[in-house]
Ligand binder design. Structure first.
Ligand code: URP
Ligand code: ZN
Ligand code: ZN
Length: 466
């Protein structure tokens, strides 16, 4: 069966042109004029873009005394409604587990539920000798990227020596090290002091994790990567100081080795959002925390001038009022103290719409850069390009027909994430997906869901740089 997407404006990271897109089975087989198929999806006046790829998500993740509230079905459904057709989730190594065991644990969470294609990064918490020896095999597992945390002391944090040893292995075996760059030791001291002083409101989450501690850890991780000769990807970068560290590395000639992402929410919220008159500030608690309007401007500049390569979501949803009616516990765990609030925010569904509305429509980024940040660069950096992340013959037919003038009002009541809030409640967006296909299957069309649990596939990714 052949499907043709007819007369749309195809947008890739480099080109914008009117064409038909012909799909046979799961793949794009032609992009050109006057193509015919058994099934026609009309797209005149719409954009046809590669499906979004979100390389930073946490589905069904045990964290903060509970578990994130989207699983591999609900999270995929929400992502698809927002135009994202692939994601890479973090498989968190339980202490003592091998990397293979860790991946098997996460694979079991996805099996039977996945609708989208997905991959994993490893999140390494326990780099003992056995795990160090196993690291080179991760390419054969199809998982050539791993995150290490310089924060969350006593939970996920590793020390500099551990990070450095992982980087040495990465340098030798074409692996990409990802770092959560905040100084966890100093944050721990500041949190303890705030708690002892009785400063327990959500706003103290941001005040005990100042931007300087992110800038310091970012610069430190970059310098360690330079010494080890390893490529490095800084996750969820939030502020001008950390961005400066990335820019300085690029000026030292490391543009092909030092990469950084920011996440949608860091363009929009400040530390003041945690300081609500009611107790709802917990909704905005994530790490690193929200910063200032000056940092928003710096991040927009960073995505425009290529200092930042990717915009992901760090989707890590919790219920605001969980723990009853079949809901897992959520943000209410931190009612007595900010230090107990599960860290993370929802956002897998809103990313493309917000970046289009506030990035493309305002002229901050071009249409092509939007595609590059949200799909093409993620595919290239994480070893699945050109199968994913572009519109071209031979690529998987992961496609979105995008209505540039569609107006939507974002609300938890109409979004599909398995949580009771969105940070963007009541925000209007202009530009939204109409039809979303994953390997040729229509998942969403005109607001209707057609996806089926269990049809998503694990994507075996290529080693870094191939
Ligand atoms: O607050 C956040 N970001 N939660 C998810 C874990 C992480 O650090 O990415
Ligand atoms: Zn992190
Ligand atoms: Zn994260």
């Amino acid at each position: 069966m052949h499907t043709v997407i007819k007369g749309g404006t195809v947008v890739t990271a480099s080109d914008t042109f009117v064409a038909d897109v012909l799909i046979a089975g799961e793949q794009i087989v032609a992009v050109g004029q006057h193509l015919e198929g058994d099934r026609v999806i009309e797209a005149a006046g719409s954009y046809v873009i590669p499906g979004g790829i979100d390389v930073h998500t946490h589905l069904d993740m045990p964290f903060g005394g509970t578990v994130s509230s989207d699983d591999f079905f609900t999270g995929h459904r929400a992502a698809a409604f927002g135009g994202t057709t692939m994601h890479i989730d973090f498989a968190i190594q339980p202490r003592g587990a091998t990397l293979r065991e860790t991946l098997d644990l996460w694979q079991a969470k996805a099996t039977g539920k996945a609708v989208l294609d997905y991959g994993f990064h490893l999140a390494i918490t326990d780099l003992n000798e056995r795990v160090l020896a196993e690291l080179p095999q991760t390419s054969a597992y199809g998982v050539p990227s791993m995150k290490l945390f310089l924060a969350y002391k006593g939970v996920l944090q590793v020390d500099d020596a551990t990070l450095f040893r992982a980087m040495q292995q990465a340098a030798q075996h074409q692996l990409l090290i990802m770092v959560h760059a905040e100084n966890g030791d100093v944050i721990d001291l500041l949190v303890q002091a705030a708690v002892q002083a009785g400063n327990l409101a959500p706003k103290y989450h941001a005040l005990t994790r100042p931007p300087e501690l992110e800038a310091e850890a970012t610069a430190r991780a970059i310098r360690l990567a330079e010494v080890a000769g390893a490529p490095l990807y800084i996750v969820h970068l939030t502020n001008a100081g950390a961005l400066e560290a990335v820019r300085l590395a690029h000026q030292r000639g490391l543009r092909d080795r030092i990469f950084a992402e920011t996440c949608t929410q860091y363009f929009f919220f400040t530390k003041d959002d945690l300081d609500q008159a009611d107790d709802s500030g917990a909704k905005w608690v994530c790490s690193p925390p929200f910063r200032t309007a000056n940092d928003h401007a710096a991040l927009w500049q960073g995505v425009a001038d290529q200092s930042l390569q990717v915009v992901s979501t760090d989707h890590c949803p919790f219920w605001f009022a969980g723990g009853s009616d079949g809901k897992v516990p959520g943000k209410e765990l931190g009612r007595a103290s900010f230090a107990q609030i599960p860290n993370g925010c929802p956002g897998i569904e809103e990313r493309l719409m917000l970046l289009y509305t506030h990035g493309v429509r305002t002229g901050r980024i071009s249409l092509n850069r939007w595609v590059e940040l949200c799909a093409t660069n993620p595919a290239k950096l994480f070893g699945c390009y050109p199968r994913k992340g572009t519109v071209a013959p031979g690529a998987d037919a992961d496609l979105v027909v995008w209505e540039p003038n569609a107006r939507r009002t974002l609300s938890a009541a109409t979004l599909h994430q398995n949580t009771d809030y969105t940070l963007y409640e009541g925000w209007e967006v202009v530009g939204a997906p109409r039809t979303v296909l994953s390997r040729g299957r229509v998942l969403v069309d005109d607001g209707q869901w057609y996806g089926e649990a269990g049809t998503g596939q694990f994507i075996h990714r290529q080693p870094f740089g191939l």
